[in-house]
Ligand binder design. Structure first.
Ligand SMILES: NC(=O)c1ccc[n+]([C@@H]2O[C@H](COP(=O)([O-])OP(=O)(O)OC[C@H]3O[C@@H](n4cnc5c(N)ncnc54)[C@H](OP(=O)(O)O)[C@@H]3O)[C@@H](O)[C@H]2O)c1
Length: 248
C-alpha cells in the first residue's frame, strides 16, 4: 500500500457498516479519507477513533441530492486539489416488491445505489483527470444481488445496474486512454445495519445474521485493499465474496 500513502480517498456511506470499516482501514494505511454520510455524529466518532493512526475528514452529504455531492467534490477540490480513490459504498435496501412496493422506496434505492454512485464515478474521474491523476481507482460496492435474483427484485435491479455501470466505466476509462482502474466488489451476507434497516428494525440486528457465520465489514475492507495494492498494470474488475457457509 506504500504508493497510496498521502493520497486522497472519498468513501461514501462511512457512518456505519462496510463504509466505516473501509474508511478506517484506508486511513490506517496513510490515505487521507473524506468520509461522507448523512449522520455527521457517527462520522465525527470515526474521525476521533482513528485519530493519531490516520486522517479522516468527515463530510455530511446525502447522496440522493446531486447538489450536495457536487458540493462535496468542490470541498475535496479546494482542500486537496485532487482525488486518487473513490469508494462508492453508500447504499440501502427496502422490502419493496414489484407488485406491492411503494414508488418512493423504489426511487430512494435507485437514487442512492445507482444515480448517487454514477455521480460519484463521474465527478471523481473528472477531478482525477483535471489534476493529472492517471492511476486513480474507482471502487463500487456492489452485491451478490447484482449477479442473481433472490427475494428483492428492486434492490437486485439497482445492483445489476452497478454490475453494468462498473463494466461500462472500465470500458470508458480504457477508451479515454487513462490508467484509472475500476473494481466492483460483490459481497454476500455482511453483518452490518443493512438487514435491520431493510426490515425497519434497528433493535435486533444480531438476530438477522445468526443463521450462518457472516462476513464482517472488515472482510470487505480487506478486499478493497487487495484491489488497491495490485500492481498498476493489474485491473481487478470484480470480486465476489461470500461467507463460506452461504449457499445462495
Ligand atoms: N450488508 C450486506 O449484507 C451487504 C451485502 C452486499 C452488498 N452490500 C452493500 O454494501 C454497501 C454498504 O452497506 P452496509 O451493509 O454497510 O449497510 P449499512 O450498515 O446500513 O450502512 C449503509 C451506509 O450507507 C449510508 N447511506 C445510506 N443512504 C445514504 C444517503 N442517502 N446518503 C449518504 N449515505 C447514505 C449510511 O449512512 P447514513 O445513514 O448516515 O447516511 C451508512 O453509512 C451498500 O451499497 C450495500 O448495498 C451490503
Amino acid at each position: 500500500m506504500d504508493r497510496w500513502v498521502g493520497k486522497v480517498a472519498l468513501v461514501t456511506g462511512a457512518s456505519v457498516g462496510i463504509g466505516n470499516s473501509i474508511a478506517r482501514k484506508l486511513a490506517e494505511h496513510g490515505i487521507k479519507v473524506v468520509a461522507c454520510a448523512r449522520n455527521k455524529q457517527q462520522l465525527d466518532e470515526l474521525a476521533a477513533a482513528v485519530n493519531g493512526k490516520g486522517e479522516i475528514f468527515p463530510y455530511q452529504c446525502d447522496v440522493k441530492d446531486e447538489k450536495q455531492i457536487i458540493g462535496m467534490f468542490d470541498f475535496i477540490r479546494n482542500k486537496f486539489g485532487t482525488i486518487h480513490v473513490c469508494v462508492n459504498n453508500a447504499g440501502l435496501g427496502h422490502q419493496a416488491q414489484i407488485l406491492s412496493g411503494s414508488t418512493e422506496e423504489w426511487r430512494e434505492m435507485f437514487d442512492v445505489n445507482v444515480i448517487g454512485l454514477c455521480i460519484g464515478c463521474r465527478e471523481s474521474v473528472k477531478l482525477m483527470r483535471e489534476s493529472g491523476v492517471d492511476d486513480g481507482h474507482v471502487i463500487n460496492i456492489n452485491s451478490m444481488s447484482g449477479h442473481r435474483i433472490l427475494g428483492l427484485p428492486l434492490y437486485s435491479a439497482t445492483k445489476f445496474a452497478v454490475t453494468a455501470l462498473s463494466e461500462g466505466l472500465r470500458k470508458e476509462l480504457n477508451e479515454a486512454k487513462t490508467h484509472i482502474r475500476c473494481t466492483s466488489i460483490s459481497p454476500g451476507l455482511v453483518e452490518t445495519q443493512f438487514a435491520p434497516r431493510l426490515n425497519k428494525d434497528t433493535t435486533g440486528e444480531k438476530d438477522y445474521y445468526s443463521s450462518i457465520k457472516c462476513l464482517q465489514a472488515e472482510d470487505i475492507a480487506d478486499a478493497v485493499l487487495f484491489a488497491l495494492q495490485a500492481p498498476s498494470h493489474v485491473d481487478v474488475n470484480e470480486i465476489m465474496i461470500r461467507p463460506t457457509e452461504q449457499s445462495f
